[in-house]
Design a protein around this ligand. Structure first.
Ligand code: HEC
Ligand code: HEC
Length: 341
């Protein structure tokens, strides 16, 4: 390398360093100005529709099919011994989940995965933690046949429901071929598509109401983006549009016991690179659906935020940032039937 080139290179390095420390110095001088910069930055990224945008009320759903689907969703005859409905695990009073570490099905049988919310699941690109169902329609069969959930099958369900004149009449009025498995699945899926939680504080903010978020929530939103949480949790459901490994920057399962459910997408693809890979969960209503992660192993939202920082981003988040990000996540709680979830 020629001497004047070395000098040029060194000058560039020094200049970059000066710039860097200059920025750090001016940042540490005034925390109020960092806050302003962060919030301004958040405002700019925020309104990019590829990153976040408000949910829309689902249109073109037939209201009679929605109410038939709701009735089916709450019907315990879907389980072998008539004790469990979809709503037993996807409880609308618990944000569309069950508040349990892992699901509890027929005869108290304990499953291996945490129950995700059914709210906004129609916005996810696939269904289930490992993404094995591509559509809501193909998802419905899963719990009905699962031996630790409803432990039944379509023929049994169909023969029970056919004894119910109300259902026969309702199905005949809505579908040319009346009460069939396909039409049961259709009505349930239409109901699920109607389960969009509306009007969260974050949606109000995205729609231009600057004061819908508190200062702490705005700061949390800015930190969420500054650290890069939105590289995985993005889009209308603030997640639910890609698969990612739990433990990107550090092995999460180092010295922890694992079971088959922890293998995630590997169970479907059998590819080594899919070990511990899950659908990135949508974060809407996350504050009302503890416990967290695919195995429900974490009870507190603060603790997941800290864990995400460490294992997904390689950062030790300071308490203050964990706190403001958690507050921001609370602004993602929406309403259903006019009430906050
Ligand atoms: C025993 C509890 C239980 C019952 C009953 C149950 N579910 Fe679930 N549900 C779960 C669990 C656990 C998962 C996650 C399973 C997985 O990822 O493999 C899940 C996942 C889902 C998902 C995927 C959500 C997403 O974002 O990936 C939908 C949709 C859903 N259930 C709808 C239903 C419907 C419809 C019924 C009734 C036919 C039903 N569930 C019955 C526990 C239950
Ligand atoms: C590299 C991708 C990635 C990044 C970056 C990331 N996450 Fe996650 N996040 C995931 C995955 C994957 C899961 C599910 C893991 C599991 O269940 O085992 C998850 C789960 C969560 C959950 C639990 C949701 C639930 O319903 O159980 C929360 C809350 C969360 N992330 C918040 C954050 C925050 C806050 C940040 C930034 C500090 C962040 N995430 C950064 C991929 C990511």
């Amino acid at each position: 390398m020629k001497p004047n080139k070395i000098i040029l290179n060194t000058t560039i390095i020094i200049f970059v360093n000066l710039l860097f420390f200059g920025v750090i110095l001016s940042f540490s001088e005034s925390s109020a100005s960092i806050e302003k910069i962060l919030i301004d930055e958040a405002n700019i990224i925020n309104f990019d529709p590829r990153v976040f945008h408000p949910v829309k009320k689902p249109l073109n759903l037939n209201p009679d099919e929605i109410s038939l689907g709701e009735r089916l969703f709450n019907d315990k005859r879907f389980s072998r011994d008539n004790t469990i409905s979809c709503a037993t695990c996807h409880d609308f009073k618990k944000g569309g989940a069950d508040g349990k570490r892992t699901a509890i099905g027929i005869e108290g049988k304990v499953g291996t995965l945490n129950t995700p919310t059914v709210f906004n699941s129609s916005l996810n690109f696939t269904q289930f933690w490992d993404g094995r169902a591509l559509t809501l329609e193909s998802q419905v069969k899963g719990p009905v046949h699962n031996p630790v959930e409803m432990d039944s099958n379509w023929n049994k369900v169909l023969s029970k429901l056919r004894l119910d004149d109300n259902y026969v009449k309702l199905f005949n009025s809505l579908y040319p071929d009346g009460l069939t498995i396909n039409n049961i699945v259709n009505a349930i899926s239409v109901f699920e598509r109607s389960l969009i939680s509306m009007n969260s504080k974050f949606d109000q903010y995205l729609s231009g109401e600057q004061d819908a978020l508190t200062i702490k929530q705005k700061k949390g939103m800015a930190r969420f983006m500054m650290y890069g949480c939105h590289s995985c949790h993005q889009g209308v459901n603030i997640g639910g549009n890609m698969f990612q490994r739990l433990g990107v920057m550090e092995d999460y399962y180092n010295e922890k016991n694992t079971n088959q459910a922890d293998l995630g997408r590997y169970n479907i693809t059998k590819k080594d690179e899919d070990r511990f890979v899950f659908k990135v969960p949508g974060l809407r209503n996350v504050a009302v659906t503890p416990p967290y992660l695919h195995n429900g192993s974490i009870d507190k939202l603060e603790d997941v935020v800290s864990l995400m920082g460490r294992y997904q981003l390689g950062r030790n988040l300071p308490d203050e940032d964990i706190d403001s990000i958690t507050e921001f996540l609370k602004s993602l709680t929406g309403e259903w039937k006019g009430k906050s979830l």
